[in-house]
Design a protein around this ligand. Structure first.
Ligand SMILES: [Fe+2]
Ligand SMILES: [Fe+2]
Length: 312
């Protein structure tokens, strides 16, 4: 699993694959072949920290156990130290502080500790300085952790998908925005100008770049070895009704969480508004407008301690 491997599949291979990055191939959002070199170059620049990549491998390996996770985390002392800080913070809500990662694993479980390790490792990527850009990376990180935490809450409430899988999908759903901001930030003013004249962010991106942040995020996630359903959740988080496969519950969870977080003022861009989820998204999840309102009223508590995961 390497995001920069010389054997990484080409964009054309993604077009031809049966079960990855479906939006790349489908009608309206198909990528113009003429911009393939730029897209390839951009995705080649996007890498995740090695700890994050190895934690994702563990998540996808049914034979991996707590010892494997401990060994990976301990290869990066900064990640291990920050992990202990977060484990003992209000975000995790442990009754008594723990002194070592093995105890944290016993109390929180491997899935939860794995999510925290990924959060800390990926958070370092968001914190890189960006002189000019479409957005504030700190704000994008806060949005990502809010959407992750709300996604976990919705998945638990609706029993729609595995809560930690929902957390991870929420955490990385907008990582394409980060990559565009880091590598194509000179085009940001044009994207913003289209948004100011009423275009949605994905449409403005497609107008200027010929692809949108969901597509580039999904493509990079695929190349980094993220599980297939996470790739789909990134790909379709702004178009859940178009998702054609069984990843749909996860896509719906992230779409609803993204809406709630943005409406609550914790969006990726200041002042951004998103359309409310339709009945077609809510009903299959066993949700309606009343339960959406309940989730909304619980938001202050749901995201109360998200600041504990701020980039250190
Ligand atoms: Fe997005
Ligand atoms: Fe978002």
């Amino acid at each position: 699993m390497s995001s920069t491997s010389a054997t990484a599949p080409s964009l054309r291979a993604a077009f031809e694959a049966d079960d990855h990055c479906l939006s790349l191939r489908s009608g309206e959002r198909a990528i113009d072949p003429s911009i393939e070199p730029m897209f390839e170059q951009l995705t080649g620049l996007c890498t995740l920290p090695s700890v994050a990549q190895r934690v994702i491998q563990i998540a996808d390996d049914p034979n991996a156990d707590t010892q494997d996770l401990l060994e990976v985390v301990e290869t990066d002392p900064a990640v291990a130290a920050r992990l202990m800080q977060v484990v003992n913070s209000a975000y995790c809500g442990l009754r008594n502080p723990v002194g070592d990662l093995r105890s944290a694993l016993t109390l929180l479980g491997i899935e939860r500790v794995r999510s925290l390790a990924l959060t800390i490792s990926i958070g370092g990527t968001f914190g890189r300085p960006t002189p000019v850009g479409l957005l504030d990376p700190q704000r994008l990180w806060d949005h990502s952790v809010c959407v992750a935490t709300i996604s976990r809450q919705i998945a638990t409430r609706c029993n729609a998908c595995q809560p930690e899988e929902a957390y991870l999908a929420g955490l990385v759903h907008d990582m394409g925005l980060l990559f565009i901001n880091q590598h194509l930030n000179s085009l940001a003013p044009r994207v913003l100008a289209h948004m100011q004249s009423g275009m949605s962010l994905p449409n403005a991106e497609r107008h200027v770049l010929a692809f949108d942040h969901a597509q580039v995020g999904a493509y990079v996630a695929w190349r980094c070895g993220f599980p297939r359903d996470i790739v789909a959740a990134i790909d379709y988080h702004h178009a859940p009704a178009a998702c054609p496969d069984e990843a749909v519950p996860l896509v719906r969870v992230v779409t609803i969480a993204n809406y709630l977080s943005t409406r609550y003022g914790r969006g990726s861009l200041e002042g951004r508004r998103l359309p409310a989820p339709s009945e077609g998204i809510l009903t299959p999840m066993g949700l309606d407008l009343l339960s959406l309102r309940q989730l909304w009223e619980e938001l202050p508590e749901t995201v109360a301690n998200v600041h504990e995961l701020a980039i250190a």
